[in-house]
Design a protein around this ligand. Sequence first.
Ligand code: GLN
Length: 447
Amino acid sequence: ASLAAVRASEDAIHAFLLVDEEGARARAAEVQKKIDAGELTGPLAGVPIAIKDNICTKGLATTCASKILQNFVPTYDAEVITRLEEAGAVIIGKTNMDEFAMGSTTETSAYGVTKNPWNTEHVPGGSSGGSCAAVAAGEVPMALGSDTGGSIRQPSSFCGVTGMKPTYGTVSRYGLIAYGSSLDQIGPVAKDVTDCAALLQTVASYDAKDATSMKRDDYDFMSALKEDVSDLKIGIPNSYFGEGLDPQVKESILKAADVLKARGAEVEYFDLDLIDYAIPAYYVIASAEASSNLERFDGVKYGFRAKEYEGLHDMYKKSRSEGFGPEVKRRIMLGSFVLSSGYYDAYYLKALRTKALIKQEFDRAFEKYDMILSPAAPSTAPRLGESLSDPLQMYLGDIYTVSVNLAGLPGITVPCGMDDKGLPIGMQLIGDCFSEKKLFRAAYTYE
Ligand code: GLN
């Protein structure tokens, strides 16, 4: 059924970079036997799933939507893939994304744009736009995305699906092609909160292969799915609802707050400072880490190599010049600049200090509140092409998501309305580290 849905939708949506029809069929048959024999009983047994193309899949091309990785076929699986296989999930294919997860619209992909299933003249958001569009179009019930500064939560909002960025360290990054290693987390995208929790508990684990992996006491996220918010205190930051927020988005989020209140939660406005510093700090840190992480793509070890060159340095130069797209180059240049001698203290170190202050500000908020309610994005999905001409404007669209990554916190996006063009609006719930269960419960009660 999933493959039929893919066939029916892909011409219009282009959510996938690769559909592994043969592999999925074989795998489904094998899983069915195990289900029949009672060997597979978990919630993901036999469930079709799509994987963002920056997550390594053994034997299946993994390109990060970049020309530089066009021929790269990993020889190993990411830890999340091993977990999915053990649980009996069936991988349908790999989804489109912004090149190396840098972007907010999926338009920086080297392999064409993905369209928003609600209105194909609009973007699906990004960078996990392919994963979110695949779920929204009903091609798969769930998908994996990655979130460095909002890449699960923002496209989930634009596509009307549910997506979570877990606490940093909850899901192994082994086999996730790094963008900003201190910010990156893999997370679930699904049609509802229950599926999101089922997927997260399947892929979350302590993993010694990821040095920043965390051992948690409890991975049973589905046990949190109860309709009760009577013990929860929810804070709404005043500064998140000022200038720059689309009035229709604002109205939907505040209505969602009323719903949570009516269901028993205590809801209160409060001051959360430092929001103005989140975007500059994020783009300095993320670009710095990216410039270092992307050094390995030099035309030697992976995928693409320029056809004509003179000598080794020229080969590096031409391969990277031809292999990376403009947004990735912009980030590499920015990152190399802020890390270079003479600028390091003024930019990179200052951004790290700002990150620490933002974390402190959140810590203060969580002394008083169980969670924070906010928009996921300042607007609904922009039209195709609208964001590409002005990168700075695109960066500003990440205002509600990037601080969550800087502080390592979990955040979930749940659909909460539509604008007058019929485009979905999502609300974001942000919790303290390790509070995923509370977030799932609040989202489940709201839904
Ligand atoms: N839009 C942000 C960026 O371009 C976030 C992307 C992400 O989370 N991967 O960096």
